[in-house]
Design a protein around this ligand. Structure first.
Ligand code: SF4
Ligand code: SF4
Length: 220
């Protein structure tokens, strides 16, 4: 049964268009004139940079390097014990938490029964990694942290898969190049102050509530 769509139209509600009409461009749009305003901005920036009228935001990498935050999430580091052995106990928590599934671990039995396991193979595929830091957050041993190292260029896919030896490279444990990690000793004082202030707020709220309850009893 064919139903006239106009018969179904509710009063006060605009009917959906049933036919498409291409939008007609204005005369200015046909001559690409709106692009000129964008070009004016580009040319203005070019001359400001050429004449040194403002501080440039670009740098001449790699000769010039930018300072990154000490929480920067760069190339991973597998940390070591004082004897130089890897701290990782191959618990797979980092690999399980990795949203990109780019950590590959093969566990082996450790001679020390207290350690139990160690990673015979530990690989991270840097091209799949999204540098979220979840592996660092998940690790119960502080065995994986991140560095400030952002020099990551690869000529082929194989080079992007970084193994245990590269992750334990000594240059990455330079304290100046540390990035995201679970604990920041330099921030402890600041955290303690924030905790104290939070407790003060809770105390103040409790005292206020107790005062209000007493006034209610006295008033009743
Ligand atoms: S930083 Fe994120 S994506 Fe990269 S290895 Fe760690 S958990 Fe996976
Ligand atoms: S790096 Fe940490 S979380 Fe990952 S397997 Fe080793 S000990 Fe477990």
């Amino acid at each position: 049964m064919n139903v006239d769509p106009r018969a179904l139209q509710l009063p006060g509600i605009q009917q959906h268009p049933t036919e498409l009409r291409p939008r007609r461009m204005s005369l200015a749009e046909r001559f690409y004139l709106p692009l000129l305003s964008g070009m004016v901005v580009t040319i203005r920036h070019m001359f400001q940079n050429l004449l040194g009228l403002r501080k440039r935001v670009t740098i001449q990498y790699p000769e010039e390097r930018r300072e990154y935050s000490h929480r920067y999430r760069g190339h991973h580091i597998l940390t070591t014990r004082p004897d130089g052995s890897v701290r990782c106990v191959a618990c797979f928590l980092c690999a399980t938490n990795c949203p990109a599934q780019c950590i590959h671990i093969e566990a082996g039995e450790h001679n020390d029964v207290n350690v139990e396991k160690y990673p015979v193979v530990y690989e991270i595929d840097m091209l799949r990694c999204v540098f979220c830091g979840y592996c660092v957050d998940a690790c119960p041993e502080e065995a994986i942290i991140m560095s400030n190292n952002y020099d990551m260029a690869f000529f082929n896919r194989e080079q992007s898969i970084v193994g245990k030896a590269d992750l334990m490279k000594p240059y990455t444990v330079d304290p100046e190049r540390l990035g995201y990690r679970p604990y920041y000793p330099e921030e402890d004082a600041q955290r303690a102050k924030m905790r104290r202030e939070a407790f003060d707020l809770v105390d103040a709220a409790r005292q206020k509530a107790a005062g209000a309850a007493q006034s209610a009893v006295a008033g009743g």
